[in-house]
Design a protein around this ligand. Structure first.
Ligand SMILES: NC(=O)c1ccc[n+]([C@@H]2O[C@H](COP(=O)([O-])OP(=O)(O)OC[C@H]3O[C@@H](n4cnc5c(N)ncnc54)[C@H](O)[C@@H]3O)[C@@H](O)[C@H]2O)c1
Length: 316
């Protein structure tokens, strides 16, 4: 029987991972302090939820059971939070990675996966962006970079623990994962919620932050899970991008989302205030993950449709 420990397991990706591994008959243990968890009906006799703050090393003493895999996801995600709570963002990343490595060493864990982010590339020098791209913090005074700073520190700890007490450490860099139940802090749910609110208020006016010209490539959660599973099975002491190459501007994305509300006519305004430190284009080179057999199955239209259906049903 295989077992996995998921930190941040009550968040968007964590909940989906827990469901995915429970379906594969894994024993799943979650550490999460509910800082930004999403609603879920996670219940299973093979599931254990531990309410620890990853920053507090008490949990290292308390956990004595060995796991086959440790998946470290705990972080404070969501761009607004980087500007609002930079200290906490950095604190969770840095203390979190130190404590999780200590736990893995104590338990003699063979496989540790560390969630990094496409944000570490800041504004990449090459598109599509390979894992060899330089990573950087362009402005140390900008609170936005608390997040990528924390991820870079996590990567460094991961890299310099490789081939030591933990046999296999894999750092993965997700690029814009989306899907149902992802909270309200990311671009796709933010747009959908604004549309639903404007319908509720009957004013049909929507203001979008920025100028809509940024380009992103999104990956639907089911495709992300399949990619992550390939990385877990085949990855070996490495850094790997997880994403797709389907570039889309935010303007086009909004158009696609609006197609799902054909009975309404909306007035869309862009406030032209792009967040300082944001980047125009993000598109990963995914040759490595493709070599492991990854193929995207869900188109942006299909994924957006599934996401809208969930947000319509759960809108309050
Ligand atoms: N969603 C994406 O598109 C994306 C992109 C790049 C990187 N990532 C990374 O993937 C991971 C998962 O992302 P997500 O979208 O599920 O984020 P999320 O915010 O939905 O989940 C993070 C979870 O961590 C928990 N957490 C926060 N602080 C904690 C602490 N001190 N102790 C214990 N738990 C704590 C939160 O309660 C939450 O449940 C994160 O590391 C994130 O940085 C996600």
């Amino acid at each position: 029987m295989s077992s996995i420990l998921i930190t941040g397991g009550l968040g968007f990706i964590g909940t989906s991972c827990a469901e995915f591994f429970l379906k594969k008959k894994f024993n799943v243990t979650i550490i999460d302090n509910n800082r930004r968890s999403v609603p879920s009906n996670l219940k299973n006799k093979k599931l254990k939820i531990l309410n620890y703050d990853i920053r507090n090393e008490v949990f290292i003493k308390k956990i004595n059971k060995k796991f086959d895999i440790v998946l470290h996801l705990a972080a404070i995600n969501g761009t607004k939070n980087f500007y609002k709570y930079p200290f906490e963002v950095l604190d969770v990343s840095t203390k979190g990675i130190i404590n999780i490595i200590k736990l893995c060493e104590k338990l003699k864990i063979n496989k540790l996966l560390i969630a990094s982010s496409s944000e570490v590339y800041s504004t990449p020098s090459k598109i599509p962006t390979t894992e060899k791209e330089r990573i950087l913090i362009p402005d140390i005074m900008n609170p936005r970079f608390s997040y990528s700073g924390g991820k870079i520190i996590s990567e460094l700890y991961g890299i310099h623990s490789m081939n030591k007490k933990i046999k296999n450490i894999i750092i993965f860099r997700p690029h814009n994962v989306y899907g149902p139940n992802m909270g309200g802090d990311h671009v796709i749910p933010e747009i959908i919620n604004k549309i639903l609110t404007s319908i509720k208020n009957k004013n049909y006016k929507i203001t979008i932050q920025g100028n809509g010209l940024q380009k992103r490539s999104f990956i639907f959660i089911d495709d992300f899970l399949n990619a992550l599973y390939l990385v877990i099975k085949k990855g070996n002491n490495e850094i790997i991008n997880i994403g797709t190459n389907d570039l889309i501007t935010i303007k086009k994305l909004i158009k696609n989302i609006l197609k799902h509300f054909p009975n309404f006519k909306f007035k869309i305004t862009f406030d032209n205030k792009n967040p300082i430190g944001g980047t125009l284009i993000r598109n990963p080179d995914i040759k490595k993950i493709k070599k492991y057999g990854f193929q995207k199955k869900i188109s942006i239209d299909e994924g957006v449709n599934k996401t809208i259906l969930w947000y319509k049903k759960n809108y309050r």
